[in-house]
Design a protein around this ligand. Structure first.
Ligand code: H2U
Ligand code: ZN
Length: 360
C-alpha cells in the first residue's frame, strides 16, 4: 500500500512496463518562460467541404466517403502496414537485424459531425463508437495478433484533422509496449497468483487519492507511476476482460458514461479541447490469456494551460521520464472539476441571459 507519499525526489516503479519514473514534487513552482503553442481556432462548422473525413467528401487517396450518418471505417490511404509482405525480409545479424511486418491500418470516424469531440457526443453516440471498436477488434483478431485501437487528438499531439476520429493498426507482431505489458502481467501472475491490474484497481479503490471517476463497471485514475502530468488509466472494476469484443451491454453503457465524464473533466481543466493520445490494450491473439486485463491509457501532453505542454526531452530522453506535479495532485485537480462540459455550460448561460433580457 502507498501509505505515505514522499515530498522529496523519489522514483516510482511502473509494474505494467517494468520501467521507472522520477518524481520531483519540490519543483512544481520553478520559473517557466517556455514556448506558447498556437491554439487551433474553434471549428465553426458541422460539415467542412475540405475535410477528407466528412461524409460525402473525396479523400486524398481518390475515394469518396459515403453519406454516413453515425460512424464510418475505411482502410488508411497511407497505411504504415500492409497485409502482404513483398519479399521475405528477415536478417539475423546481431547488429543489422530485421523482420517482416505485416498488418493493416484503418481510420475510424466517430461521428459525421466535423465539429464534435467524444465528450460532446451523447452517451448513445459514444456507445456506438465502443461497439464499433469491439466489432473491428473481433474482425481483425481473426487475422492479426495485436490490434491497436487508438485516438490521436489535437494538433498539439500531431493529429492531422479535427474531425473526431481514431485509428486501428493491426499486426502479426507484438509491438514493443505490448511485449513489456505481456511479460510484466504474466510475471506478476506467476509470482503473486493474482491479476496485476485487478489487484491494483482494488488497492486504488481503498486508497482513493488517485481516483478520478468511479462508475459501476469501470474506473479512471491517475496511475501511481504516471509519466505525463494528467495521464490516466481506465480499468474494469468487476472482472477480468480479455478485449473489447467481450464487453457486455452493461459494461459498454457504463464505459460510455465513464468516457464522457473523464473527457469532460479533461476539457474543463484548461477550457480547451484537451489533446491526448489514447489507446486500448487487450489480450494478444485469440487465446484468452489469464494474466491479461483489458485497459485504456490516456496520455495528454498539457501541463499548466491550454498552450503549455510537458516536453519529454533532455533527461527524459536520455535518463528516464520525470515529473514535478505528483499523480495525487493531478488526480485531485481532475476530481474537483465539474462533469458538465464548459461549452454546454457557456451555451446555456448565453440562453438564460438572453431570455432574461428585458424587452425593448
Ligand atoms: P491522425 O489524425 O493521427 O493524423 O491520423 C489520420 C489518419 O488518416 C492518417 O493516418 C489518414 C492519414 O493517413 N488519412 C487517410 O487515410 N485519408 C485521407 O484522405 C486523410 C487522412
Ligand atoms: Zn470533417
Amino acid at each position: 500500500m502507498t501509505a505515505r507519499i514522499p515530498q522529496h525526489p523519489h522514483r516510482r516503479f511502473n509494474p505494467l512496463t517494468g520501467e521507472w519514473v522520477l518524481v520531483s514534487p519540490q519543483r512544481v513552482e520553478r520559473p517557466w518562460q517556455g514556448q506558447l503553442e498556437e491554439l487551433r481556432p474553434v471549428e465553426p462548422t458541422g460539415w467542412d467541404p475540405d475535410c477528407p473525413l466528412c461524409p460525402g467528401n473525396l479523400r486524398s487517396g481518390g475515394q469518396r466517403n459515403p453519406p454516413y450518418t453515425n460512424t464510418f471505417v475505411f482502410t488508411n490511404d497511407f497505411p504504415a502496414l500492409r497485409p502482404q509482405i513483398g519479399e521475405d525480409t528477415t536478417a539475423t545479424d546481431p547488429l543489422f537485424r530485421h523482420q517482416p511486418a505485416r498488418g493493416t491500418c484503418r481510420v475510424v470516424c466517430f461521428s459525421p459531425r466535423h465539429d464534435l469531440t467524444l465528450p460532446e457526443m451523447s452517451l448513445i453516440e459514444i456507445r456506438r463508437v465502443i461497439d464499433l471498436w469491439g466489432q473491428q477488434v473481433a474482425e481483425l483478431q481473426a487475422h492479426y495478433r495485436w490490434i491497436q485501437v487508438f485516438e490521436n487528438k489535437g494538433a498539439l499531439q500531431g493529429c492531422s484533422n479535427p474531425h473526431p476520429h481514431g485509428q486501428i493498426w493491426a499486426s502479426d507482431h507484438l509491438p514493443t509496449e505490448a511485449v513489456k505489458e505481456n511479460d510484466q502481467q504474466r510475471g506478476y501472475r506467476r509470482q503473486f497468483g493474482g491479476l496485476l491490474l485487478m489487484d491494483y484497481a482494488q488497492q486504488e479503490m481503498q486508497e482513493g487519492t488517485r481516483l478520478v471517476d468511479v462508475h459501476e463497471h469501470w474506473l479512471a485514475l491517475v496511475p501511481y507511476w504516471a509519466t505525463w502530468p494528467f495521464e490516466t488509466l481506465v480499468l474494469p472494476r468487476q472482472r477480468r476482460i480479455s478485449h473489447l469484443p467481450q464487453l457486455t451491454n452493461a459494461e459498454r453503457d457504463d464505459l460510455a458514461g465513464l468516457l464522457k465524464t473523464l473527457l469532460t473533466r479533461y476539457d474543463n481543466l484548461f477550457q480547451t479541447a484537451f489533446p491526448y493520445s489514447m489507446g486500448w490494450h487487450g489480450s494478444p491473439g485469440t487465446r484468452d490469456h489469464k494474466h491479461w486485463q483489458l485497459h485504456a491509457h490516456f496520455y495528454p501532453p498539457l501541463l499548466r494551460s491550454a498552450t503549455v505542454k510537458k516536453f519529454m526531452v533532455g533527461y527524459e530522453l536520455l535518463g528516464e521520464p520525470q515529473r514535478d506535479l505528483t499523480p495525487e495532485h493531478a488526480a485531485a485537480q481532475l476530481r474537483a472539476l465539474p462533469v458538465q462540459h464548459y461549452r454546454a455550460f457557456a451555451a446555456r448561460s448565453r440562453q438564460t441571459s438572453a431570455t432574461r433580457r428585458p424587452r425593448a
